[in-house]
Unconditional design. Structure first.
Lengths: 194, 426
């Protein structure tokens, strides 16, 4: 997988297929990006599991925190890692000990570890890096268009009238790539410099 | 559902718009409302905390305006956009995110006269200091860079003379200085030039001109290219630092490559207030649907008129980058191969008096202070748009006393030439 620019179909297939998401580094602080994403994905119907050893015994939006992936005790479809790039590898290594393996490992906006990604991909796990599942869900459904964001999708179909907490269709026509060419180039240059 | 990139004209019609979920309306409805009902207290809190996508109040966002924003972002190849009340408002909102009192920004000397005024006088009262550079001398931008420089501002096609700016060369200076390049793309429109493809980090427009295109609605827009890293060195605290307005959110960390557009919305538009009317957004959206058709006609007409004027015995010179002999023709062929725009200047051998006579004798051209209308327009910049500049600055910005500016419309070119011919006659 080219991790500089994901085809929309790759992201769409992931978001359309996974049901349970363990979020490593989920924060109960309501201005942290992980809290935003956790809440949004839970509202869109994903079974969210907050993973953070510092908050065991507490709940995040009604879901009990667990200390680590191995404490979850049931199969999960996706691991969403809200940690800096330097803390990614141990989380991925732990994910690779799960049985069954997760289908997807997702690293949050700003996080990228190509070595960890290669390890996961070598056992058939799909990897997404430096993206936010909330933003991607909002983009592919075009819900993010409320904020003037370029969803890079088009549709001439009448969508259903939205109701609170409904799953949204992610199957709009894509107009090339997950991001714009210019922003992809900038991200690639930044990766190469670091 | 292949990732096929549709052409510009398809995006001009479709991007951002979809049938209305409630009514099935195919044209984008005008959501003429100040405010939007929340589902419940938690939904309201989520929206105010920037945790959910949705509408609160039209000063912050509106569904009609959002369609316009996404459409222009798509046409420019940006990640997001924010529509505001005018091109001037776009400039204030952009610089508010970048500048602290005492900071500097570098601006090309050749700009719309209103921008020169705004930068020189209004911004000075905010403690934002403009440093002028010459777009024909790239080294002058390099020399102007100081530790307090926060941005570089240029026009892609410069008002009033229609000169073409070497965006790539100036973007190299901006990158080296670690500051964003802001390009005012009003006179080109994304149909002719897409500045982001040439290294711009932020694009601004007066939508009032070619994008709206019909001389009926004011508007402005800010496009985020998603290319600039705001996090380094604490240079741009509006984006990189926890915002007390939002309980400590860091915008770049939360919104990634469209954080600048979000900052403009939630820190700029929300607090400064220059919101675009949804009705104007609708009028401008309708205009954009025909942008590719109109813009090509504007350019083809402008070239024909410029060629006519260049061959007329009463004309001293024509400044139109689309003419092969023009100083900017090389840059026009590189940056704007479909056409060099439709706003340009010429000077008459009879000087100021001949210019005044010409303006008064024209029958089809309207004498007014706007550009980018379906109608052809004429103005004498030295006494109007650029009148607040001193004589030296007028000449430097291409608006000397003998200069007449035209904005060529989409009428039949033969009629425009005939009108100029009769007005230039004795």
């Amino acid at each position: 997988m080219n991790h500089d620019a994901y085809p929309d179909n790759y992201i769409r297939a992931i978001l359309n297929s996974v049901k349970s998401i363990a979020m490593v580094g989920a924060s109960p602080v309501n201005v942290r990006p992980s809290y935003f994403a956790f809440k949004y994905l839970a509202q869109r119907g994903y079974d969210m599991i907050p993973v953070n050893p510092g908050h065991v015994g507490k709940e995040l939006l009604g879901k009990p925190f667990v200390a680590s992936l191995s404490d979850i005790g049931h199969p999960i479809d996706m691991v969403d890692i809200f940690r800096n790039s330097s803390h990614i590898l141990p989380v991925v290594e732990e994910a690779l000990t799960l049985d069954p393996l997760p289908k997807v490992i997702w690293m949050q906006l700003g996080a990228r570890d190509d070595v960890a990604a290669a390890k996961a991909e070598s056992v058939g796990i799909k990897v997404v890096m430096n993206r936010c599942p909330k933003i991607e869900y909002g983009r592919l459904s075009s819900e993010i268009s409320w904020m003037g964001v370029n969803s890079r999708t088009l549709s001439s179909k009448r969508p259903p009238a939205p109701t609170q907490g409904m799953r949204l269709s992610l199957n709009r026509m894509s107009v090339g790539g997950g991001d714009t060419a210019a922003s992809d180039r900038a991200a690639k240059n930044k990766t190469e410099q670091s | 559902m292949s990732d096929r990139l549709p052409g510009f004209s398809t995006l001009a019609v479709h991007a951002g718009a979809q049938p209305d979920p409630t009514t099935g309306a195919r044209a984008t409805p005008i959501y003429q409302t100040t405010s939007f009902v929340f589902n419940d207290a938690d939904h309201a809190a989520s929206l105010f905390g920037l945790q959910a996508f949705g509408n609160i109040y039209t000063r912050i966002g509106n569904p009609t305006n959002a369609v316009l924003e996404e459409r222009v972002a798509a046409l420019e190849g940006g990640t997001a956009a924010l529509a505001v009340a005018s091109g001037h408002a776009a400039q204030v909102v952009v610089l508010q995110q970048l500048m602290q009192p005492g900071d500097e920004f570098i601006a090309a000397r050749k700009l719309y006269g209103g921008s020169i005024n705004q930068f020189t006088h209004a911004f000075k009262s905010f403690g934002w200091n403009v440093v002028w550079a010459d777009p024909d001398d790239i080294a002058s931008f390099e020399r102007a860079v100081t530790p307090r420089t926060k941005a570089i501002f240029i026009e892609s096609i410069a008002n009033p003379g229609g000169s073409i700016t070497d965006i790539e060369a100036i973007s190299t200076v901006a990158r080296k200085a670690g500051v964003p390049l802001i390009v005012d793309n009003t006179l080109a429109s994304p149909y002719l030039i897409r500045p982001i493809d040439h290294g711009a980090d932020i694009v601004v427009h007066s939508l009032t001109k070619f994008l709206g295109g019909h001389g009926n609605s004011l508007g402005g827009i800010i496009v985020d290219a998603g290319t600039f890293d705001w996090s380094t060195g604490g240079k741009y605290p509006m984006l990189s630092e926890p915002r007390p307005e939002y309980h400590g959110i860091k915008l770049q960390e939360t919104f990634g490559n469209f954080a600048f557009a979000i900052a403009c919305r939630v820190l700029g538009l929300r607090d400064l207030g220059p919101a675009l009317s949804p009705f104007n957004a609708f009028m401008i959206l309708t205009g954009i649907e025909t942008l590719p058709l109109r813009m090509q006609r504007h350019c083809d007409n402008a070239k024909a008129v410029a060629e006519f004027l260049a061959g007329h015995p009463a004309v001293a010179s024509v400044s139109y980058a689309g003419l092969p002999t023009d100083k900017y023709n090389r840059l026009a062929r590189k940056y704007a191969p479909k056409g060099a725009g439709a706003v340009f200047t010429f000077s008459l051998k009879g000087g100021y008096d001949a210019g005044v006579r010409l303006v008064s004798k024209l029958q089809l051209f309207s004498h007014l202070a706007n550009v980018g209308d379906t109608r052809s327009l004429v103005i004498h910049p030295a006494s109007t748009t650029h009148s607040q500049l001193d004589d030296a600055a007028k000449i430097k910005s291409g608006a000397g006393p003998d200069v007449v500016r035209l904005s060529i419309g989409i009428e039949d070119k033969e009629d425009l030439i005939a009108d100029l011919e009769q007005a230039l006659g004795a």
